[in-house]
Structure formats: C-alpha cells, structure tokens
Design a protein around this ligand. Structure first.
Ligand SMILES: Nc1ncnc2c1ncn2[C@@H]1O[C@H](COP(=O)(O)OP(=O)(O)OP(=O)(O)O)[C@@H](O)[C@H]1O
Ligand SMILES: [Mg+2]
Length: 241
C-alpha cells in the first residue's frame, strides 16, 4: 500500500478578490521506503506540497490519503494526531525552542503522548546519541553549531518513530561539509526503513535521493527514478520501529 497518495490536489489561496492556484492538480504516490527529492523554482509550490503531505495543511480540491486514511476533510485535532503518528518534520532554520536544551527539544513531540517520562527521556537520549550528540543533551541551541542544531531537529523528528520524514531545505542553512553529514544521516535513516522526502534546490542534495520529482507552477513536470533504486529493501531498526 502506498504511504502517501495525492489525487488531483489543488491548493488555491484567495487574496482579496484575486485567486491564486498554487497547486494545480498534483497527483503523486509515495511508497514506503522511498527517498524522494522535490525540486523546482522558488514559488513553484514545493513547501505548499510538503505542508499537505505533512497534514499541516489540506487540499482545496482533490484528495490526500495518508497510510490508507483519507485526511482531506479531517479536523485540526485529527490532523495533528496523524502528524504525531506518521510524520517527522525538518526545516531549513531548524525551528528549535531557543530556551530549551537539546534534550528538551527532542522530548517536545511526546508532550501529548501518553508515555512515562523515564521511557521518553531514555529514548530521547538514545536518539541524541544516534545523531552524534550524546554529550550535548544539556546544551541550548545557541550553544550548538548549525549542523548540531539540525541534528537535534532530526532526533526530535524521530522521537515518535515516524513512518515518513519531510525535510524542507534541511541543508539550506549549512555549509557543504555539514550538509553532507546531514544527508548521510537521512540516508542511513532511510536505509533503516524511514521514508524520506526532501525539498532542495541543490543537485548535490538531490543526488542522495532515488527519485526526483520536479515541480513547476504548481504541477509535477518530471518524475524520475535514479539508477540505484532497484534491489534495496527497507529494514526496520529496533530504535525506529
Ligand atoms: N498562505 C498563503 N497565502 C497566499 N499565497 C500563498 C500562501 N502560501 C504560499 N503562497 C504562494 O504560493 C506560492 C508557492 O509557495 P511555496 O512556499 O509553496 O513555494 P516554494 O516552491 O516552496 O518556494 P521556495 O523555493 O522559495 O521555498 C507562492 O507564490 C506563494 O506566494
Ligand atoms: Mg519553500
């Protein structure tokens, strides 16, 4: 079963009496275990598309099925439940809480999850160790480098063991060496079974993906698989399951 299915999705904003069609009939399926890059010019609708995939927004028309559930007409509460069950987000500017420590930032997604704090803290520490920050748990974002902050954000995205990671320009604020570290980490998570969708302008970053979807003026104009895709099967690691 496909993980994400967009069926003829439109997104229209009305500003005064001007209608702007930002997405104009996008149909797209994402399979479990895929590593997809979304590319396209500024303003072409990539973030809008990611927001819909991540249940941060809903289509104006068409349908979106996530993990077999039609989310098109869900309430805000239902959408936020879908997000915490299925989705991990990574943003260009990290979006960490400035006054919280790395550990507290990683714990954030579990605020609404009924689980004992001890277990959650243990998992958060394991995830910080996984991203190479086991010794930085008590540091605030301002005491961390950009790459370290993004790794905290990745640990946070993994906290609820999401099926899919949506990353909108995750390396946009990083130098190329640090960007490589982040992409290697996403590649490893993907190898362990997490589906990854990354928006990027950078062909180097897109090179990590096995599928490239190009968007222009709110439509998908190109959808290509790159060679290495065949033969790989996702395996779910104990930490991520
Ligand atoms: N809330 C909104 N109201 C009105 N128009 C919007 C809204 N959000 C986005 N848009 C418009 O939708 C278009 C696509 O925006 P989007 O953020 O999806 O582009 P993008 O491809 O992510 O661009 P970039 O590469 O610059 O991040 C833009 O023209 C933008 O002005
Ligand atoms: Mg964008």
């Amino acid at each position: 079963m496909s993980l994400c299915v967009l069926e003829d999705v439109w997104k229209t904003y009305t500003l005064g009496d001007v209608r702007v069609d930002v997405l104009r009939g996008v149909s797209l399926s994402i399979e479990p275990g895929e590593f997809t890059a979304v590319m396209g010019p500024s303003g072409s609708g990539k973030t809008t598309l990611m927001n819909i995939l991540g249940c941060l927004d809903v289509p104006s028309d068409g349908r979106y099925i996530l993990a077999g559930k039609d989310v098109t007409h869900m309430s805000d509460d239902e959408l936020s439940r879908m997000r915490s069950e299925y989705i991990g987000f990574i943003f260009q500017s990290f979006h960490l809480l400035p006054y919280a420590t790395a550990l507290e930032n990683v714990l954030l997604p579990t605020l609404y999850v009924e689980r004992r704090l001890d277990g959650r803290r243990k998992r958060a520490m394991e995830l910080l160790a996984l991203v190479g920050l086991g010794d930085r748990a008590g540091f605030k974002p301002s005491q961390l480098s950009g790459g370290q902050q993004q790794r905290v954000a990745i640990a946070r995205a993994l906290m609820n063991a999401p099926r899919i990671i949506l990353a909108d320009e995750p390396t946009g604020a990083l130098d190329s060496g640090t960007a490589k570290d982040i992409m290697n980490l996403l590649t490893e998570l993907n190898r362990q079974g997490t589906t990854v969708v990354v928006v990027t302008h950078d062909p180097e970053v897109a090179g990590y993906a096995r599928r490239i979807v190009k968007v222009r003026d709110g439509v998908v104009v190109e959808d290509t698989e790159t060679a290495s895709k065949a033969g790989e099967r996702p395996v779910h690691d104990a930490l991520l399951a």
